[in-house]
Design a protein around this ligand. Structure first.
Ligand code: BG6
Length: 456
């Protein structure tokens, strides 16, 4: 079975990691600008990133050359409402994204727009305590209302919050997180669920053509052994870090195991009757997720937690390979995971992030021979083909980092994901010139053959 005729091939990015121009044309600061701890000392700054803000025409032309059908990008809330609280939107911010959407339209590239990709306006975080505060729900209402009215006819697919489940994954990933912080994260997450569900309803009422999806970090894990204790522990981990969010957003209500979780983590969730109604009426139209790696769960406390993934930590799987950054690479896991998701939710699925963060070398003749990336992506595409054979309604694939951009977890430029190399180093030196990597030509063939020519 091959990929469906209208399959949407493309790639993915986020505003903070690609745009730069952090204070240009009225933009306010975001949590990325203040969360300096995230940025390794000496690393290139999020302030300038890959400067998509000034290179978007050139970058979109390169995407078109690869034959993209879809480009996933995010809107920076603080370009539209610099502090998140203004009554009127910033016109220059709106114009920038309008120009980008029109440029994409020129080449028939469908934008897939994340409304919030880890970049809450800094003011909301510092003065209002971020998403723990219900007030953010109404501010998000105003923000999404502006977007849905403004970009009618230019955008069809929206995602509300990037990797919404990361808030719960942090309790395993960040060592010694306080009980209070963990409980607060459940509240913040609830407020995001409500904001998201209200956005879904609003989108549908503004334009019935709009499709709104959830975006969940694909935290797939296996039991380390077939010991029943490991199997049970892993089941719980999948519920806690993944299905908790998927169930609320797709089914419109908290799953039964939520009560167990709240008890374990001492959570007294504050919610209203209206929230319950909103969740029910704001179910998403499709399911999207990021997928980089898998981890293993062991019930034995003596087993090391030495297997890393995207915001996930578990035991190392002896059957898979690990990347330079220690992330487990598991293409078969993608097929497994797609089946799990689709059979549980039965709505269309998109893989909106996937890829290999690696150190690329620009040769003297300005080439990048990234065969390792080609191999990684090829195996994952084969796995998606397998999932299609299994009957999964997979409609899009937008691997991470269309062009090189700054790493979210380490703040490094040298952890590159793109098909297009950006001449910029960790210290911020470079010309910002773009060069096509070997994977560029390879992906172009993949797209033009609709996944038939994988260069085996
Ligand atoms: C996802 C995020 O967690 O993984 C992206 O949505 C991020 O923002 C990507 O960049 C890859 O992670 P990293 O840490 O290698 O940049």
């Amino acid at each position: 079975m091959s990929f469906p005729k209208n399959f949407m091939w493309g790639a993915s990015s986020s505003s903070a990691q690609i745009e730069g121009a952090y204070d240009v044309d009225g933009k306010g600061l975001t949590t990325w600008d203040y969360d300096k701890k995230r940025i390794n000392p000496g690393c290139c700054s999020f302030k300038y990133a890959s400067d998509f803000y000034h290179h978007y025409k050139e970058d979109i032309a390169l995407m078109a050359e690869m034959g993209f059908k879809m480009f996933r990008m995010s809107i920076s809330w603080s370009r539209i409402f610099p502090n998140g609280i203004e009554e009127e939107p910033n016109k220059k911010g709106l114009d920038f994204y309008r120009d980008v959407f029109e440029e994409l339209k020129k080449y028939n590239i469908e934008p897939l727009v994340t409304i919030s990709h880890y970049d809450t306006p800094l003011y909301l975080e510092e003065e209002l305590d971020g998403w723990k505060n219900r007030k953010l729900i109404s501010l998000f209402d105003r923000y999404t209302e502006v977007l849905f009215n403004e970009y009618k006819g230019l955008v069809k697919y929206w995602l509300t919050f990037n990797e919404i489940n990361s808030l719960l994954m942090f309790k395993d990933f960040i060592p010694n997180m306080s009980k209070e912080d963990i409980a607060n994260n459940y509240q913040a997450l609830h407020n995001q669920f409500v904001a998201s569900a209200r956005a879904v309803q609003r989108a549908h009422s503004i334009d019935p053509e709009y499709k709104v999806g959830c975006m969940i970090a694909g935290a797939c894990s296996y039991p380390l052994t077939c010991a029943p204790e490991d199997v049970l522990k892993n089941q719980k981990k999948m519920q806690d870090s993944f299905y908790y969010c998927g169930d609320v957003m797709v089914r419109g209500e908290y799953p039964v195991f939520a009560k167990r979780l709240w008890k374990e983590d001492n959570v007294n969730l504050e919610y209203t009757e209206e929230d319950i109604k909103d969740l029910k009426e704001g179910k998403v139209d499709f399911f999207s997720f990021s997928y980089y790696s898998t981890t293993c769960t062991s019930a034995d406390k003596n087993v090391a937690k030495d297997g890393l993934g995207n915001f996930s930590l578990g035991s190392k799987n002896p059957y898979i390979q690990y990347s330079e950054w220690g992330w487990g690479m598991d293409p078969i896991g993608l097929r497994y995971y797609l089946n799990e998701i689709y059979n549980r939710y039965e709505i269309p699925v998109m893989v909106v992030e996937n890829g290999l963060g690696a150190i690329d070398e620009l040769t003297e003749d300005k080439k990048v021979h990234d065969q390792y990336r080609i191999e990684y992506l090829r195996e994952h595409i084969k796995a998606m083909e397998g999932a299609l054979e299994d009957g999964v309604d997979l409609i899009a694939y937008t691997p991470w980092g269309c062009i090189d951009l700054i790493s979210a977890s380490t703040g490094e430029m040298k952890k590159r994901y793109g098909f297009i190399y950006v001449d910029l180093d960790n210290e911020g030196n470079g010309t910002m010139k773009r060069y096509k990597k070997d994977s560029f030509e390879w992906y172009k063939k993949v797209i033009s053959s609709n996944g038939e020519e994988l260069g085996l």
